[in-house]
Design a protein around this ligand. Sequence first.
Ligand code: DX5
Ligand code: ZN
Length: 222
Amino acid sequence: MQQEGGIKIYPSVLAADMGRLKEMAQAAAAAGADGLHLDIMDGYFVNNISMGFDLISDLRSVTNLPISVHLMVMWPEWYIPRCAEKGADTILFHVEARSEIETALRVARRMGSRVGLVLNPETPAESAVPHLGLCDEILCMSVHPGFGGQVFIESVLYKIRLIRKEFPQGIVSVDGGLDADTSAKAVECGADLLYLGTYLFKAQNMAATIANLRKQCRRADA
Ligand code: DX5
Ligand code: ZN
């Protein structure tokens, strides 16, 4: 089920020490991460504000890791061009946002970015299905978006299976409450890209934690 090269692991920098972000990005690369995940919020789509667009280019200047930007904003279409210009490789926005979905997907594709839709835990798989042809990735939120450190919502596993079935060639990713156990469950259901904040940035040894995650996920996918 997995993409060539196995499961992809992207640390979510929301859980990193914001005062040492460049150093943390380099540490994630050294620990074997496949990319970085950046959560951008507008304080309106979710009840929180995190980081701004300049951080994309700041991180781009210190690492070659692919950067995936998760837009938790009400009007993604307004911000997609800026994310692409700043160096985002993948731009993900919510199917529950207000922008017309296909217009926003096309804007991102025109900018040369990979693009994906994000589904909140309660949002059914069916809301993404009509748009799969324009998507490189579907991200299933396994917590309510806006904050790190929450508990994984198990009922999302069923949706991961459904999306995998409908989207055999695409990337199915998961974000929120992931650790070694919940990652293995998500991979067993067909996920091939995992975004982990707390579990990786609060780990004593990120390299060993990533290596162990890969082992657990390989087992789950066997
Ligand atoms: C939550 C964010 C996540 C968050 C995950 O809205 O989208 O990317 O950083 O954090 P953990 O892994 O701590 O749940
Ligand atoms: Zn995220």
